[in-house]
Design a protein around this ligand. Structure first.
Ligand code: HEM
Ligand code: HEM
Length: 176
């Protein structure tokens, strides 16, 4: 299949919805109360988990859409930028999936029963296991930070294209 030259509307809608959800998700993660053994998840945690599962589902759909609709990097860019942007983009997909998945496994090891926005119970991926939970907690935190750093690089690159290179890269992800 020939790659398209521009992102279509679905790719843009997925991109900006996930940006907004992540911008809500990090503050909830940092501000929600720490949970200790025997405690059950409060509202902050329920929203964190529900938004996280939404991000996971949207990213999975987005990935399927993207694989079915390849988009070529902007052709006017030098080879190193075409390559590095593709590496960062695939890393972003991988880290979002790793962060959400490790969070879900961690919540499962806690032995909680959590709901999706208090509407439907969420299936847990594993059974109660405190020792495994501690390992996975570290993994969720490592993935969150790796994702945040990669997002920082991605945003810095977007800003560089707007203000330094002054090319059309930012317009590729904007409406219209
Ligand atoms: C991309 C999506 C996600 C991001 C950016 C994110 C981010 C965070 C952040 C910033 C924290 C605070 C950790 C800290 O104190 O350093 C946290 C904790 C936590 N997250 Fe997530 N999270 C995501 C998805 C999920 C999902 C999908 C689940 C579960 C289904 C989940 C479950 C948890 C749990 C249980 C904690 C508490 C950890 C603890 O008590 O130490 N997260 N997350
Ligand atoms: C204000 C913040 C952001 C800006 C200005 C921005 C800008 C852009 C731009 C201009 C592109 C197109 C690049 C190109 O044509 O080569 C793009 C692609 C992409 N962005 Fe962002 N972005 C932002 C935040 C994020 C965040 C938080 C994520 C985390 C998931 C993300 C994930 C991606 C991915 C995965 C692609 C590649 C899409 C694909 O090829 O399938 N972006 N972004």
């Amino acid at each position: 299949m020939m790659p398209q030259l521009q992102y279509g509307t679905p790719a843009k809608v997925f991109h900006w919805c996930i940006v907004v959800l992540l911008a809500v998700q990090y503050p909830i993660g940092w501000l929600m109360p720490d949970l200790h053994r025997g405690m059950s998840p409060g509202a902050g945690m329920t929203f964190h988990i529900s938004i996280g599962i939404t991000i996971l589902a949207l990213t999975a759909l987005r990935l399927v859409w993207r694989l079915a609709h390849p988009v070529a990097p902007e052709s006017s860019l030098p080879a190193w930028q075409r390559l590095s942007s593709e590496v960062v983009h695939w890393l972003l997909y991988a880290l979002v999936l790793a962060t959400t998945f490790s969070g879900w496994v961690f919540a499962s090891f806690r032995g909680w029963s959590v709901s999706y926005f208090y509407l439907v119970p969420l299936p847990m991926l594993a059974s109660d296991n405190a020792a495994a939970g501690r390992t996975i907690d570290g993994l969720h935190q490592a993935m969150e930070w790796a994702l945040l750093v990669t997002i920082g690089v991605h945003i810095a690159a977007a800003l560089a294209h707007i203000f330094i290179y002054r090319d059309s890269v930012m317009r590729r992800m904007l409406p219209g």
